[in-house]
Design a binder for this molecule. Structure first.
Ligand SMILES: [Zn+2]
Length: 348
């Protein structure tokens, strides 16, 4: 089958379209084979290309997010049938460790991501556990393959960050960095569903304009404005209740300076670098909470799929590239030109 792979880690020059063997059959009793129709890109894919230390076997198939048609099922699979249109939850857990038994699947000691620890979705066929597929909900107008592929990773991530971890409440003020990215954009929409006042940043005025249309109450250009100072002014010196971070080193100090008393900073990424500082005196004096978050558990996934079914959180697709042009899709992601999800159409 055709697949976008890397044969070594390095630059985007390593990303190539190749002919690789299909995943092995027979399926495990609770496994499902999905014929992929579309795959969405995430920053995770860039990190994998540049070389996370996970001992890849090469060629390694990229891509975490995907949607397609159920093409085969194991003997004990009950939740989906041949021909069902499904989306994939890219986080795969073992369902046996103490965290899984407690329902916290993204804390699994054997947690693995499609496209990172396992072969990914930028190909024609993927095998996943039954628990990792969800039937694409029927909404009006119907979700296309690109939208379905774009849904899972960012929506699950943003939901756990904003709702489960930061516990954002109606009337609170939240600051969200870098509104072009999929997690940030979804966090904005979830925060509005929760009834919060949302301040977003971007270096692009065009993206800020779109964010306003999507419900952002205040937009700040972080290239031309002092974000923490502006947040203080906008909140009568009080500061934000919640800050949603995935930028890391470049924004961390501004994030802390934006945080009010009892504030919660929740982070799921370190795009500009992982090493940051914190003044412990400010941490305890202001009762701050610094919260890490990655992906989400099965209950949270069912919750966001349910919201999608009720017409909320429909994915915003930036651009769809044909399979042959996925390299250009990676380049667009790398340059941060997108607003919403970049998708690769694997098959029509
Ligand atoms: Zn586990």
């Amino acid at each position: 089958m055709r697949a976008w792979v890397i044969r070594a880690t390095g630059s985007l020059d390593q990303v190539q379209l190749a002919d690789v063997s299909e995943p092995a059959v027979p399926l495990g009793p609770r496994e499902v084979r999905v014929a992929i129709r579309a795959a969405a890109l995430n920053h995770l894919d860039l990190f994998v290309v540049r070389g996370l230390p996970h001992g890849h076997t090469f060629p390694h198939i990229l891509g975490a997010d995907g949607a397609g048609v159920v093409a085969a099922v194991g003997t004990e699979v009950r939740s989906v049938r041949l021909g069902d249109r499904v989306m994939l939850n890219p986080g795969i857990s073992d369902y046996t460790c103490e965290y899984c038994r407690a329902g916290e699947h993204s804390l699994c000691v054997n947690y693995r991501m499609l496209g990172e620890h396992l072969p990914g979705t930028l190909c024609e066929s993927v095998i996943v556990p039954e628990q990792n597929v969800a039937i694409i909900p029927t909404v009006t107008p119907p979700l296309n393959w690109a939208e379905a592929a774009a849904f899972s990773l960012v929506t699950l991530t943003a939901w756990r960050m904003v709702v489960t971890r930061a516990q954002l409440r109606a009337g609170e003020t939240v600051l969200i960095w870098g509104i072009g990215g999929g997690v940030s954009l979804t966090a904005l929409r979830i925060a509005k569903l929760r009834g919060a006042r949302v301040i977003v940043t971007s270096s692009s005025d065009a993206k800020l304009e779109t964010a306003r249309r999507l419900g952002a109450d205040v937009t700040l250009n972080h290239r031309t404005q002092q974000v923490a100072q502006e947040v203080r002014i906008l909140t009568n010196k009080r500061g934000a209740d919640v800050v949603v971070e995935n930028v890391g080193a470049a924004t961390w100090q501004q994030s802390l300076r934006s945080l009010g008393r009892g504030g919660r900073l929740v982070t799921c990424g370190a795009t500009t670098g992982p090493d940051v500082g914190i003044d412990l005196r400010r941490l305890f004096w202001y009762h701050w909470s610094i919260l890490g978050s990655t992906m989400g558990n099965d209950a949270e996934y069912r919750e966001v799929v349910g919201l999608l079914a009720s017409g909320e959180l429909r994915p915003i697709v930036d651009r769809v590239f044909p399979l042959e042009e996925a390299r250009a899709a990676f380049e667009r992601l790398d340059k941060g030109e997108q607003l919403g999800k970049i998708v690769v159409q694997v098959r029509d």
